[in-house]
Design a protein around this ligand. Structure first.
Ligand code: 13P
Ligand code: SF4
Length: 351
């Protein structure tokens, strides 16, 4: 079907389903998706929207862990559907429940993790990882809540296990003034023979990164500063700490959008995050110069999967009374995972 027809199909379905439907879209989604959504936002904003929504169906245009988060927070009778079930996340794939349990078991060689360690999981994880964290009294976080959640975590127990994004963990730790020598990294592919160094650590990081944000390098910051005098550099906290150190500002996808959009006309911005967001930001701010920090701007291939035809087919299904691609989380995982998410929402309530 042609693009215009598909958009019309989506808008017509939205009109028919009215308040029973909420369409959410992450900022990295294609323009054609973002334009027909009820709401676009960063991970925290979208999970808040999902948590307070009274809609019967939430159609989540994003990656799987985001829709799963909405499903965990959903109310009785509410259903979350995802247009592309194969929309994963490179970062979420770096961690799994058995390996996380194995790390916990190894920590017990040198400390009492139940009393000494509080786990914090970035929302870019599967429900069972969130459930583990919830069971151990920990919390989830997003890029915009990481600082508040980490601060809270250190007020609960002397050590924090932060999974799976080592860069978000380190960047946030730097903000909190945690010295490098108190941070250790657990490499799930090459676990240490001895756990001695972990005994001294205050912050244990999982060795995971996002394939998209890892592409921004310190050389990019030097290059844009050379080529564009007066440029301001804003990056996502999933970027390498060396890049974040050199940048002028750092924050979530929504923070980046607000920062650039509210800057004076004529401002020049190099942006270190996914390219669809950067290209849209440039289009929406014609009075500014906005471009990617990287010479070859990186796309998130998982976020790119969702096309208007996928969304249209989910909505047409609903019109026929079919719930296609419903996101299911078994109750024994859902309850502890919900506790970890609820803690994050409580901690960031005023944010
Ligand atoms: P935000 O929470 O900043 O939207 O980030 C989500 C994400 O996956 C970034 O890669
Ligand atoms: Fe996951 Fe990276 Fe894509 Fe974000 S940009 S959804 S962290 S793979």
């Amino acid at each position: 079907m042609e693009q215009i027809l598909l958009t019309e199909t989506i808008l017509e379905a939205r009109r028919t389903l009215g308040n029973a439907l909420l369409v959410l879209a992450h900022h990295y989604q294609r323009d054609e998706i973002v334009e027909v959504a009820d709401y676009r936002g960063d991970s925290l904003e979208l999970s808040r929207k999902a948590a307070v929504s009274g809609a019967r169906w939430i159609v989540f245009c994003g990656v799987h862990f985001m829709a799963e988060t909405a499903a965990i927070l959903a109310k009785e009778g509410q259903r979350v559907l995802i247009p592309r079930e194969d929309a994963g996340c490179f970062l979420a794939h770096t961690i799994d429940y058995p390996t996380l349990k194995e790390l916990w078991r190894r920590l017990a060689e040198v400390m009492d993790p139940e009393r000494e360690v509080i786990p914090v999981a970035y929302v870019n994880t599967t429900a069972d990882v969130k459930a583990f964290v919830g069971e151990k009294g920990g919390a989830c976080c997003t890029s915009s809540s990481a600082e508040a959640v980490l601060r809270w975590a250190f007020s609960q127990r002397p050590r924090v296990l932060f999974v799976p994004d080592q860069y978000l963990g380190r960047n946030t730790a730097r903000k909190l003034g945690i010295p490098e020598e108190e941070i250790v990294v657990w490499d799930p592919h090459s676990p240490p023979e001895r756990m001695d160094t972990f005994a001294e650590a205050r912050l244990i990081l999982w060795r995971g990164t996002c394939n998209v944000h890892v592409r921004f390098l310190p050389e990019d910051v030097y290059r844009v500063r050379r080529e564009h005098p007066g440029v301001r550099v804003v990056v996502h906290p999933e970027c390498r700490p060396e890049v974040v150190e050199l940048a002028d500002d750092v924050g979530s996808t929504s923070y980046i959008i607000k920062t650039v959009s509210s800057s004076p006309p004529g401002s020049v911005w190099a942006v270190g995050t996914e390219e669809r967001l950067v290209a849209r930001l440039a289009k929406e701010n014609p009075d500014k110069e906005v471009f990617s920090l990287a010479e070859v701007p990186p796309f998130c291939s998982y976020m790119s999967l969702t096309r208007p035809a996928d969304l249209a087919s989910i909505l047409e299904g609903l019109l026929r009374g079919e719930e296609r691609n419903g996101v299911e989380v078994p109750p024994e995982i859902r309850e502890p995972a919900r506790r970890a998410l609820a803690r994050m929402l409580d901690i960031t309530h005023s944010g």
